[in-house]
Design a protein around this ligand. Structure first.
Ligand code: GYE
Length: 353
């Protein structure tokens, strides 16, 4: 009986081995076939057999995406450009990138060039809100969907873009205002504020002003005594703050800067003027870039309102959903928060931008 069982066991083992060999053989064959098929695809053009059809489908999923970016004016922008470029490339799509150097005419040219090159999709971060109707209409007529990112456009016909993915800048302005109202709750007025605005006519400059004014306007003690653009750059922020200090010097209680880069430039101006940033003048920025965390950890800046630039992967998902035939919401928000000086040192090493 024992012998019989041993022999039976051996047979079962042999049979299993045979099955395994047969399976390996067929896997090898199909592997070989795949290679042949892809060789065929390169050589033949009709694409009639199924293997070829598969390869064609894969090729159709690879998109050519033109991206018209605002510029390279701030730490935020650098992080945003990288996030979008990486996400497009990582997803296996082809990217055509154009930096507009904060000039609307460069963006119009770039979009026209994308249309001529027959890209599949256009990603567009408009430097200002108005004046893009004609070129957006041209993209629509060419059947190329436009994905607005970061900044919105002010046009009546919302069929001119597929979706808008970006932050709520009015809400960011409100957060800045609310922080200030709470911070100054025990202080008597007048509280004199100077404001460094972003690029004239840009959505974040318009909206961050609006949201901030809405909140501080509820109390009489706040007054914006000076407001001028610093074009979202450190150099301009410093230059304009120097002018503010020259005219209003010791009268300034608060600086509200529409981005951290301008706040950081202004901090330099305040120090050179002989005042202590964050003590003599309360400093509010927007973006929450590393530079702001460093300034806060050094005790030179009070608060930054987060504006998250790392939405590249979310954008690529949306583009792919669109090409898969899904209906997209017209407005998709990026989630964000607010950080104060006392949190800076602990959070600095965790910041990704
Ligand atoms: O806050 C600023 C950049 O559009 C949200 O542009 C963006 C703004 C950002 O230059 O730093």
């Amino acid at each position: 009986m024992k012998r019989f069982l041993e022999a039976k066991g051996l047979l079962v083992l042999l049979f299993a081995l045979l099955l395994l060999l047969a399976a390996c053989g067929s896997a090898d064959e199909s592997g070989g076939n795949d290679e042949d098929a892809s060789d065929d695809t390169e050589q033949t053009e009709d694409g009639n057999d199924t293997e070829n059809q598969d390869s064609n489908d894969q090729a159709a999923e690879k998109l050519v995406i033109g991206f018209s970016q605002v510029g390279a004016e701030s730490e935020w922008r650098t992080a945003n450009t990288k996030s979008i470029q990486d996400a497009i490339k990582d997803a296996g799509h082809e990217l055509k990138f154009s930096d507009a150097q904060q000039k609307q005419e460069n963006q119009i040219k770039a979009i026209r060039s994308f249309i001529t090159q027959k890209v599949d999709a256009i990603v567009f971060s408009p430097v200002v809100e108005t004046g893009f109707e004609t070129v957006l209409q041209e993209a629509k007529d060419a059947g190329i969907p436009v994905f607005l990112v970061d900044r919105a456009v002010d046009v009546d016909d919302d069929s001119l873009w597929a979706t808008f993915l970006g932050s709520d800048f009015v809400e960011e302005g409100r957060k800045a205002g609310n922080w200030l109202v709470e911070e100054m709750a025990d202080k008597e007025g007048p509280i004199n504020i100077v404001e460094l605005q972003g690029t004239v006519g840009s959505a974040p400059a318009i909206d961050r002003k609006e949201g901030f004014e809405e909140i501080i306007g509820e109390e009489d003690k706040f007054e914006i005594i000076k407001s001028q653009t610093g074009d979202f750059t450190r150099a301009k922020g410093k230059e304009v703050m120097e002018a503010f200090l020259k005219s209003d010097g010791d009268n300034i209680d608060v600086l509200y800067a529409h981005n951290d880069d301008m706040a950081i430039g202004a901090i330099q101006a305040i120090e050179e003027y002989g005042l202590k940033p964050a003590e003599d003048i309360t400093i509010i920025g927007v973006d929450a870039v590393k530079g702001a965390f460093e300034a806060m950890a050094d005790g030179k800046m009070n608060v930054t309102i987060e504006c998250n630039p790392l939405f590249g992967p979310q954008l690529v998902d949306l583009i792919e959903q669109h090409f898969a035939g899904e209906e997209l919401d017209k407005r998709i928000a990026v989630e964000e928060s607010m950080y104060t000086m006392d949190q800076a040192e602990k959070l600095l090493p965790t910041r990704e931008y």
